[in-house]
Design a protein around this ligand. Structure first.
Ligand SMILES: O=C(CO)[C@@H](O)[C@H](O)[C@H](O)[C@H](O)COP(=O)(O)O
Ligand SMILES: [Zn+2]
Length: 640
């Protein structure tokens, strides 16, 4: 059954046109994420504020995505800075909708702080968990916008509440994560970094010549593209000033500025355009700057592809989708070294990062790129690879779904955490008890093994299942090397590896003698048979021990659960004081490593024995009695 989830995006509806003051990346984010999640088995309802009386309550957008228009304040366009007082009404009407339609959401994904406030209230009332993507943070905005920031002062308190109450916080880039930790005390393990994406159907490489033909742009000019919302913080003035510093690179350079409130370029209804035009005039480049106005999304790819370089130098940018779109079209990006841009643009590879508000620096990089077509081509290719690898909506929604699933599976996950911690405690306990019980027997086993190798004898090893793996593990360490690189090989054979012998004998005669038969064939007086069995009861191991004793070999047994019948046949019994098969196996591995260390040191090391303790605790035991670690010792410990 499909999982039903709700998105809240109070001011940014996927249906709204892009390029206006309050519509931008968030509209795209919400729409794309919802569509892609729907394709992977979710039903998504996107709740947004009704900002037009003509809008129906429910719009079925795609088969599994609906847009629900909620009455909250006047049914007219309002700046998002003015929406907070209407959030209680939004909450009440969203709850009323859920009640009336009898829909239950398993999870809410809130976008922006006001939606998150609604989600937090609903969680309090109905217990529905919520995820939040802030898209922008009040504290950061305050730093950059100062007095220009018209959001209510309570924004930051609301964000703090949301950080505390959300089930998971999505940071859009590493900078966003750092900010959440630094300014909101967000717990690190509550944050997942998931970037924004771009639409691969909408943005893809197009031949530049063709794109310019479509747009009717002259081909004998270099084109710098600026595209996005027209607000001062986007730093379009910075690009105009940089243009004035380069003016011409072998051919004329033109800056095209796409975006605005209207399709026509109308400085009256769009004061930011008027401001920018004035700056262009003041810098003497009004002839080289073209304002193209707002463009529909299906045209944007031609602009990106027509450009030689895409520039975006905002003062700050929580993420920034336009660099991804430009890169997807194969155009290098020069972006400011802030927020998400420094994450999406790889400096020197897919474009350049420059400080914001620094037209000199931007001009240098623009010049570098514009006069080097080979570099532009290489960076464009790198850009296409990078965005398709990390930033498609399919990849983004996959990561988001993983976040949702963890929350929806929370009970299970809580049990899992209890189990994981318990397993560690259990293992620590088993290790401690083994330490109390086994030190002397490990020493004895190490002496037997060392003597065996010194006399030119060999070790045969056996065990079943996990113990077969331990057998091979031991012989690999001995035949190969453990901690001393340049030593001679030691003769050890695991009786668990010859599948022809094992299958033929067990198929034709019986499984119980598969090891015994091999001991008979390979074992010689003075050799050691080294046996692993957690129960100490495996008949094939016991039978092998019997044959070994007949051949005057010595048996060492690693077991648990009291040692079983095996202990009657071994000269040294290492019985792990536990009844848990897993713990016994883990200790067997630990013991075999310890034995390898001791044997190797005795046969090939210097006379002092290195002690595997943590460096900062180690101050003596180097044999010189002065409590200082020598250089030689350090090398030895480093190998541990
Ligand atoms: O690894 C495991 C269990 O953790 C199993 O493969 C396990 O080794 C097999 O069941 C063995 O057949 C058990 O034999 P043993 O340890 O009792 O001699
Ligand atoms: Zn196992």
């Amino acid at each position: 059954m499909k999982r039903r989830i709700a998105f809240i995006s109070e001011h940014a509806s996927p249906l709204a046109a892009l390029g206006g003051v309050d519509s931008g990346g968030q509209n795209v984010y919400v729409g794309e994420l919802a569509r892609h999640l729907a394709a992977t088995g979710y039903q998504v309802d996107i709740f947004t504020r009704r900002d037009n009386a003509q809008l129906p309550e429910i719009v079925s957008w795609t088969s599994d995505v609906r847009i629900i228009h909620i009455n909250a304040g006047p049914a007219a366009q309002l700046e998002k800075e003015k929406l907070l007082p209407y959030m209680p009404e939004f909450t009440a009407n969203m709850l009323a909708f859920m009640n009336r339609e009898a829909v239950h959401y398993r999870l809410i994904h809130a976008n922006f702080f006001m939606s998150a406030l609604v989600a937090a209230e609903i969680k309090q009332m109905l217990g529905i968990p919520f995820v939040v993507t802030f898209h922008a943070l009040g504290s950061i905005r305050k730093i950059f916008q100062g007095e220009r920031d018209k959001f209510p002062a309570t924004r930051i308190d609301i964000e703090k509440r949301v950080v505390a109450e959300a089930d998971r916080i999505i940071a859009e880039c590493p900078q966003d994560k750092e900010d959440l930790i630094q300014y909101y005390n967000a717990p690190v393990d509550k944050i997942t970094v998931i970037p924004c994406g771009f639409n691969t159907q909408e943005f893809y490489p197009i031949d530049q010549f063709l794109a310019r033909m479509v747009l009717n742009i002259k081909s004998d000019e270099h084109i710098i593209l600026q595209l996005g919302r027209m607000v001062p913080r986007k730093g379009v003035d910075n690009v105009i000033r940089a243009l004035a510093r380069i003016k011409k690179v072998s051919v004329p350079v033109r800056l095209i500025v796409v975006g605005g409130e209207t399709d026509d370029v109308d400085p009256v209804s769009n004061p930011e355009i008027a401001r920018l035009q004035a700056i262009a005039a003041e810098e003497g480049v009004e002839e080289s700057v073209s304002f193209a106005g707002r463009k529909s999304r299906d045209i944007l790819k031609y602009y990106y592809a027509a450009a030689d370089v895409f520039v975006t130098t905002p003062w700050y940018e929580p993420f920034g989708i336009t660099p991804l779109e430009a890169m997807a079209c194969g155009t290098p990006v020069i972006g400011s070294n802030v927020g998400g841009i420094k994450y999406s643009v790889e400096d020197g590879k897919t474009g350049y990062l420059v400080p914001p508000n620094d037209p000199d620096c931007l001009a240098v990089k623009l010049y570098e790129l514009l006069h080097d077509p080979a570099l532009r081509k290489k960076m464009g290719e790198n850009a296409i690879k990078r965005v398709n690898l990390h930033f498609t909506w399919a990849k983004v929604s996959q990561q988001m779904a993983a976040v949702y699933e963890r929350i929806l599976d929370k009970d299970h996950e809580e049990d899992a955490v209890v189990f994981i911690e318990g397993a560690f405690d259990h293992a620590v306990n088993a290790f401690q008890e083994s330490k109390n019980a086994l030190v002397q027997s490990i020493l004895e086993a190490s002496v037997l093994l060392t003597q065996c190798f010194k006399r030119g004898k060999k070790v045969l090893v056996c065990g079943n299942g996990g113990s077969a793996a331990e057998s091979q593990h031991l012989t690999a360490e001995l035949v190969g090397r453990f901690e001393i690189p340049e030593r001679k090989a030691l003769p050890a054979i695991s009786l668990t590896t010859d599948t022809s012998v094992l299958t033929a004998w067990s198929n034709d005669i019986g499984y119980e003698d598969i090891f015994a038969r091999q001991v008979e064939a390979l074992g010689q007086k003075g050799d050691i048979l080294f046996c692993f069995s957690t129960s100490g009861q495996s008949v094939n191991v016991i039978n092998a021990m019997k044959v070994a004793l007949d051949k005057e070999m010595t048996c060492i047994a690693l077991s648990g659960k009291g040692g079983g019948e095996m202990s009657s046949y071994a000269q040294v019994n290492l019985v792990v004081p536990s009844d848990s098969t897993q713990r016994i196996q883990e200790l067997h591995l630990h013991i075999l490593h310890t034995l390898c260390h001791l044997v190797e040191i005795k046969l090939f090391g210097n006379t002092r024995q290195a002690v595997p303790v943590q460096h900062h605790h180690y101050t003596n035991g180097n044999g010189n009695g002065n409590g200082k670690t020598t250089e030689k010792d350090k090398i030895m410990y480093a190998r541990l």
